[in-house]
Design a protein around this ligand. Structure first.
Ligand code: ADP
Ligand code: MG
Length: 256
């Protein structure tokens, strides 16, 4: 049975998509059957997986509103070795259309039911909001992975997200857990980042992943080549960190 994880943080530009794409590729590289679900109308995870969002006949939008089946939408990342449910701007319309549908917050969960047997990991890249799309992601998932930068305001944003997760857990999805916080774009030369990082560890204990992803330009360059960073430059510090993170996830799965 697939373990389903949402990569969520309502802030934009915090490394959700980079984490999703690289974790997917690193898991696939470690022999795990992996599906990446792009739930952001920006389609960055789709492009970063090497799938052209401008050339899709069907996307996750069609799946969510019931216009297509899983197999009509599913494609493969040519560079990453994992499967993708791709997204593009069509998905922005789903936000409005879903409101009129039955079980509107469970559409993704229902859509993924058919995929559960085929994968070890399903990773959902959420948009930068606590919207109906993110709610669909949280309802479909067993756990949430929260990427965050070790900045002063990061902790503030975290409490909104944690409250949303608590509400979803109480009302919609009893399975949902916070799996962990992943420190990304980390710069150890900055004292403030070290302080926030230490605060996170003392507050959240073993909910903070051991792997720390450094700020690394190779990770930022990879999407323009349609490749995950771990494939584009496997020896870079950023790629190495995501590979370590993938192994940590595989280990944590055993204790879930
Ligand atoms: P989000 O999905 O949360 O909006 P992204 O993953 O798209 O965030 O990251 C935002 C920007 O930061 C992108 O340009 C990405 O390439 C860059 N980026 C992400 N992680 C790193 C990193 N560890 N080092 C350097 N650049 C990064
Ligand atoms: Mg993103």
């Amino acid at each position: 049975m697939a373990r389903i994880f949402c990569v969520a943080n309502q802030k934009g530009g915090v490394g959700k998509t980079t984490t999703c794409v690289n974790l997917a590729a690193a898991l696939a590289g470690a022999g795990q059957r992996t599906l990446l679900v792009d739930l952001d109308p920006q389609g960055n995870a789709t492009m970063g997986s090497g799938v052209d969002k401008r050339e899709l006949d069907r996307s996750i939008y069609h799946l969510l509103v019931g216009l297509a089946a899983l197999d009509d939408v599913r494609t493969t990342s040519p560079s990453g070795g994992f499967d993708v449910l791709p997204a593009n701007r069509d998905l922005a319309g789903a936000e409005v259309e879903l409101v009129d549908l039955e079980h509107r917050e469970r559409r993704l969960k229902q859509a993924l039911a058919d995929a559960a047997e085929a994968y070890d990991f399903v990773l959902i890249d959420c948009p930068p909001s606590l919207s109906m799309l993110t709610l669909n992601g949280l309802c479909a998932a067993h756990g949430v992975i929260i990427p965050m930068q070790c900045e002063y305001y990061a902790l503030e944003g975290l409490s909104d997200l944690v409250n949303t997760i608590k509400k979803v857990h109480a009302n919609l999805n009893r399975d949902l857990k916070i799996i962990g916080l992943l420190r990304v774009m980390f710069d150890p030369r900055m004292t403030l980042q070290q302080q926030v990082s230490a605060q996170l560890e003392s507050h959240f204990g073993d909910k903070v992943f051991n792997a720390v992803v450094p700020r690394n330009v190779r990770l930022a360059e990879a999407p323009s080549h349609g490749m995950p960073g771990v494939v584009f430059d496997p020896s870079s510090k950023g790629a190495q960190a995501y590979m370590a993170f993938a192994h940590e996830m595989i280990e944590r799965m055993k204790t879930l």
